[in-house]
Design a binder for this molecule. Structure first.
Ligand code: CA
Length: 233
């Protein structure tokens, strides 16, 4: 772990839980910021980009879902762990669909929470190890990630948000095998009604956009029995 303290933003309205969370996280060496409602959290994010956020669903004012949605609309990519009440299965699905990375059910143990936080931060680190990149050159094809488009010698093609996310994840794991499950977890975040077939369909469509010969791909290759790999060298 680097010497720089990681910032965790807690958005929760229950005083006793705030106290426990803050105490626990500060003891673990995190810099903790607390917001008691959604708008307050959004205001904090304007000034400090946290490394991770714990976000309660039932909040006064804006719900945790709306806060999460707003954060993703504003293109913040830090991991968000939703705090849900027991048996809110529907909430879990909704939460993951709107861009939360994980959820934890109340009441939860400190150990479990810390394990989830560590796992998410590790993943976030590996996700950004290539740094934010704006474009990728694959032979004659240029992929403008910020503009969501592919510039080919023959034409320009739009990329969907999902395709951009998929490419970014593949870049962060370039030249390494990536399993379908890893893609489901990191790009689709186990959204409702997705499965490995979803991944295959998207990869196939993406190849049509970024490969000159999609049937004989040079960069986005299939590793039989393993998954896929973005070959950049
Ligand atoms: Ca609450």
């Amino acid at each position: 772990m680097s010497s720089k303290k990681k910032h965790v933003l807690i958005c929760e309205d229950e005083p006793s839980l705030i106290f426990t969370l803050q105490d626990t996280l500060e003891n673990e060496g995190y810099e903790v910021h607390v917001a008691k409602e959604g708008q307050e959290a959004l205001d904090i994010i304007k000034n400090i980009e946290p490394d991770l956020m714990l976000l309660d669903i039932m909040l006064p004012g804006m719900s945790g879902f709306d806060v999460c949605k707003k954060i993703r609309e504003d293109k913040h990519t830090f991991p968000i762990i939703m705090l849900t009440a027991r048996d809110q299965e529907i909430d879990k699905v909704t939460g993951l669909n709107i861009g939360a990375d994980d959820y934890i059910t109340k009441p939860f143990g400190v150990k479990e929470l810390l394990a989830r936080i560590h796992a998410r931060l590790r993943r976030a680190n590996s996700y950004s190890k290539t740094g934010p990149i704006d474009f990728l050159q694959l032979g004659d094809i240029k992929i403008e990630l910020n503009e969501s488009k592919v510039i080919r010698p023959d034409k320009e093609i739009e990329l969907t948000t999902r395709e951009v996310e998929l490419i970014r994840f593949l870049i962060s794991n370039a030249n390494e095998p990536v399993s379908r499950d890893a893609l489901l977890e990191n790009v689709w975040r186990y959204e409702y009604s997705t499965n490995t077939r979803t991944v295959d369909v998207h990869i196939s469509k993406l190849r049509g956009k970024i490969e000159m010969q999609p049937d004989d791909p040079r960069y986005l290759v299939t590793l039989h029995g393993v998954g896929y790999m973005l070959k950049l060298s």
